[in-house]
Design a protein. Sequence first.
Length: 355
Amino acid sequence: MEPLRLVQAIGSRHKGGAQRFTMRLVEAMEAEGVQHGVLVKRGGWTEAELGKTNVKIHSLPFGGALDLVTPIRYPRILKEARANLVLTHLERATKRTPRGPWVHVARLGGYYALEDYARCDYLIGNTPGCLDYFRSDGWSDDRIFCIPNFVPELELGVNKARRSDYDTPDDAPLIVWTGRMEHEKGPDLVVRALAEVPGAYLWMVGSGRFEAELRALAAELQLNDRIRFLGWQDNVHPFLAAADIFVCASRFEVFGNVVLEGWSHRLPVVAVRSPGPEHLIRHGETGLLVPNEDPAAMAAAFREVLGDRDFAARLAAAGKEEAMTTYSEATIMAQYRALFDELLARGVVGKRVAA
């Protein structure tokens, strides 16, 4: 069988959890020595971040009907790379991927509109729920696969953010939330929960259109003295390293990369019940799950963890073990390589939906 010559493509200019994980996968494949370039949307966050690495990137407009550049350059790049497998992320790059002798696989980290993926040979979802969603649209089991996300092993000596730099006492309990400040990510639930955890501080690492409402809520609840809005940070690790608890408050989360990030820092994790965290966390063993739309229950979970150091340490250690075994980079990359070898042996699906 011919060796894998992989090209990846992501047509998003935004920054978020999906883009962060794509970056991890791109860099991991580069380290494997099988990647022959990455196509990114011109002028986006992904292009800027990959420009800091040794990854070979090609920037394309990935525009709409008036984009005449992408249809010409995209197939040319694939042919020059002699690509035999193209892995696409998100719908824009997927829809613009040309047909050819390469196997086309799309990776989905959510329940996206599947008509945008109809021309793919195969789909990868990151949870069993994704596979159920694919099946509901008529995809057969021999064309869909589940490979979860991974968390990279942290380098020793992560620079811990100094609490004093953010007007936070060293001896105060510290809860950290990260993400896009959108209603679906539940940051308001964390703010309301903080009101019932006296003495605790909250660092909110992220930005978004919901921020003004969050600041108003913090003022209304008289919590401005205990909440720090730290803005978007490309590197969240120093802030997690300074925390006592990590919280995932998403009202709906397909997977929950942030849970893995919390585990990787040996933090007890409190998460709202939704498909991703429920799949990842064993309640009471690797973290605590609380009902959706229930700040009081979230506050109770915070108090339970902060009030019992031994329990907090057990949760943190079990979560760390889960991250470094089931969801380690080595484990997940082995799954990708095995799947890609199998798909190359199968080749392009004979009958695909017409363009």
